[in-house]
Design a protein around this ligand. Structure first.
Ligand SMILES: Cc1ncc(COP(=O)(O)O)c(C=O)c1O
Length: 405
């Protein structure tokens, strides 16, 4: 390999294997460019991206306004530290607050860090009220909250814990969707109920009707904080800025990341004013948190999400996609369920889906297999009707012929 030559896929794969730890199961494709809902690999092949960098490419790849904002900020100021005020950061925080639950924002660099901030904030809030020993989080089986020890300990999937034990104390796991189990787990030690409104990583698992509303009521009665991890469900994904709105609940703390800066690393924990007040100077921090370039991108993302008709379009396109998936399911014997909300959709199948996702990739469609037998779809929210139709056709071609009716 010569310095300065354009690398082919095989060279890139070799380079990855030689110098990066093997902690990701990467598909043998190297993406070099994106445009809207399209990706292009090192061989110049075009793909339709219905994974969106796992819900990150919210406005699509290389969105011109995002690119302009990033370039402008990169040429102005990259970093000044959080020892000072940074105008673009203040503006991004205002937009995040206004778009979500009001209150105040802590900016960080990823989803797991946003959850760490939420966990610390919730404990501190109780501690400030003189309630020592109120430190437990009730969390759900099947959940995913990140890979640092706080987020990992809150994650209700043993496979992520294996080899990394012991987990942190203070996380009580209950079955997903079981109101009585939740009620039984809430105690004088419970500081917060931490949940994803829809469980993304474990296969777009929907809460049973009324579950979250009932959970909210139980927490309110007991003075327990409601912490919504909207890292995957948030920012318009379900047709509302927060999925909590779709379920009629109002969390005390919300965490965001993924598409917040359309691909640049930015996370946020947003809390009601009274809860946010638990963080004073020195109680929490991050050197890069709220980086100006990321904040410039986030401003474009939030302004776009709040532009007239944008979220309605997400819901409309979500319906088109969902109907297409239901139609596909009706022509097969091996699809158990079509589920999800807005442009966070999935099909659960009778068969393993890993190979199907690989076949789809070969056919030019990027999708993701989760939980063994689920295919998950998280396209950019800017995807158009024609791209949805094309993705449905590519998906059909990628499914095993045996399951056709
Ligand atoms: C619901 C949820 N929470 C937390 C995380 C962790 O986010 P990050 O990978 O940015 O740390 C993810 C990532 O997939 C997620 O889906």
């Amino acid at each position: 390999m010569l310095r300065g030559t354009v690398l082919g896929t095989a060279d890139i794969i070799e380079l990855t294997g030689k110098y990066q730890m093997a902690n990701y199961a990467r598909s043998p494709v190297a993406f070099v460019r994106g445009e809207g809902a399209k990706l292009f690999d090192a061989e110049g092949r075009e793909y339709l991206d219905f994974l969106g960098g796992i819900a990150v490419a919210l406005l699509g790849h290389a969105h011109p306004e995002v690119t302009r904002a990033i370039a402008g900020q990169a040429g102005t100021l990259l970093h000044a530290s959080n020892l000072f005020h940074v105008p673009v950061q203040s503006e991004a925080a205002r937009l995040i607050s206004e778009a979500t639950i009001g209150g105040k924002v802590f900016l960080c660099n990823s989803g797991t860090e946003a959850n760490e901030a939420a966990i610390k904030l919730a404990r501190k809030w109780h501690s400030d009220r003189g309630k020592e020993g109120v430190f437990e989080f009730v969390v759900l089986e099947g959940s995913f909250h990140g890979r640092t020890y706080g987020g990992l300990s809150a994650t209700g999937q043993p496979k992520f814990h294996k080899g990394f034990e012991p987990m942190l104390p203070g996380f009580v796991m209950v079955p997903y969707g079981d109101v009585r189990a939740l009620e039984g787990a809430l105690s004088d030690r419970t500081c917060a109920f931490l949940f994803e409104p829809i469980q993304g990583e474990s296969g777009v698992r929907m809460p049973p009707p009324g579950y979250l509303k009932e959970a909210e009521r139980l927490c309110r009665e007991r003075g327990i904080l409601l912490v919504a991890d909207e890292i995957q469900t948030g920012l318009g994904r379900t047709g509302a800025i927060l999925a909590c709105e779709r379920f009629g609940i109002a969390p005390d703390i919300v965490t965001l990341a993924k598409g917040l800066a359309n691909g640049l690393p930015l996370g946020a924990a947003v809390a009601r004013d009274e809860v946010a007040a638990a963080f004073g100077p020195g109680s929490h921090g991050s050197t890069f948190g709220g980086n100006p370039v990321c904040c410039a991108a986030a401003k474009v993302v939030l302004e776009t999400l709040r532009s007239p008709g944008f979220l309605k379009e997400v819901s409309r396109k979500g319906e088109i996609f969902r109907n297409g998936l239901s139609d596909l399911a009706s022509r097969r014997t091996d699809v158990r369920e079509v589920r999800g909300m807005g442009l966070m959709l999935a099909i659960e199948m009778d068969v393993e889906t890993k190979e199907i996702a690989q076949r789809a990739l070969q056919n030019g469609l990027v999708i993701n297999a989760t939980s063994g037998n689920v295919l998950r779809f998280l396209p950019p929210l800017t995807v158009d009707d024609g791209e949805i139709r094309k993705a449905l056709n590519l998906l059909w071609d990628s499914l095993p012929t045996e399951g056709r009716k």
